[in-house]
Structures are given as structure tokens and as C-alpha cells.
Design a protein around this ligand. Structure first.
Ligand code: ZN
Length: 179
């Protein structure tokens, strides 16, 4: 056995029901007691609060998003004279709510959905529990994805962005299941 990787089955810390975890998944809801569970490299499973949007149609499978408040400072360099740095700074100095896809999706989905949800945030009203797509993005990877969302928005300004530095502060995320 020495040197072998052994898989330890995950069980809910509240009711000890086995969690049918797939290797790429990182968070679950216990099928028996409804406890939200987040994989933590040191502690095993940690408690996770999972919220379900009231906008989910009955019977639908929702999509999980990490929702966190963020502010950022941006330093932009542009080609040419037009420069929207002041507008950029103003935008990110205001706390923004980031919706970061927690499910597996192509990069194009992140760069289209992320900015769209940031600029027109859906109302977060809690509703009844519902099934949702597997959660494959761990909260420790949120900053990188959120910076990508900022980059997508900044690249869309009409001043020929050449280079940008982003310093982002994100709050503790919550997991929301949205339509
Ligand atoms: Zn349980």
C-alpha cells in the first residue's frame, strides 16, 4: 500500500450519508439532509451555504454560481490618445457583484455571461431547493476568473486597450443556484 494514492470516500459530516463525488467536483449538497458541503484540502468537507433562486422554474436544473462582492483598481495602457482610465477607475471603485460560473463551461461562456451578469445583476431572492449542475470551480480559483471578467469588460471599451493591471478584492463567496 505504501506510496499508493488512496481515495477516501466523502461522507456528509452532519448525517454521515455518502456523497457521490466525481473527481472534478468541489462542492455538493447532501442528498439526505440538504447540508451544503465544500471540499477543503485540509479539513475534508466544510459547511457551505447554498441558496436557490426563486426564479428557478419548478423541475428545472439550475446552474451554480459563486457570488461575491468585489472592488478593483485598474491601471490601463492604451494605443493612441483616447483613454477611458478615469471611467474604468470609477466603475471598479464601486463594489460590484460578481457572478462566477461554478459549473464547467467554455471560456467564451465566462467572458459573455460574467460581464452580462455583472452589468445587469439578477435579483437574488431565495426559493426552494432544486437540482443543479455539478460544481467544479473551487472558491480558491475565483480571483483569476473574476479578473478575466473585468478584462472582458475593459477590453470592450473603445480606447484600444494595450495593457492592463488589475488588483481585485473579492468578498467571501456564496453559492447561488440560478436559472
Ligand atoms: Zn447529510
Amino acid at each position: 500500500m505504501a506510496g499508493r494514492v488512496s481515495l477516501i470516500p466523502l461522507v456528509c459530516f452532519k448525517c454521515e450519508t455518502a456523497v457521490p463525488a466525481q473527481p472534478d467536483e468541489t462542492a455538493w449538497v447532501c442528498a439526505r439532509c440538504g447540508q451544503g458541503l465544500l471540499l477543503d484540502e485540509e479539513k475534508g468537507l466544510a459547511a457551505l451555504s447554498v441558496q436557490y433562486s426563486a426564479a428557478l422554474p419548478p423541475g428545472a436544473t439550475g446552474r451554480p454560481f459563486w457570488v461575491a462582492q468585489g472592488t478593483a483598481t485598474t491601471i490601463r495602457k492604451t494605443y493612441g490618445s483616447r483613454n477611458e482610465s478615469a471611467e474604468s477607475a470609477r466603475m471598479w471603485a464601486t463594489p460590484r457583484r460578481f457572478f462566477i460560473p461554478a459549473f464547467t463551461c467554455p471560456l467564451e461562456t465566462i467572458t459573455s455571461l460574467g460581464p452580462a451578469l455583472l452589468q445587469r445583476p439578477p435579483v437574488l431572492e431565495p426559493g426552494p431547493a432544486a437540482p443543479f449542475q455539478p460544481v467544479t470551480l473551487h472558491p480558491c480559483d475565483l480571483n483569476a476568473v473574476a479578473e478575466y471578467i473585468i478584462l472582458s469588460i475593459e477590453a470592450g471599451r473603445k480606447d484600444n486597450l494595450k495593457e492592463i493591471q488589475i488588483q481585485l478584492q473579492l468578498s467571501e463567496p456564496a453559492l447561488w443556484v440560478l436559472p
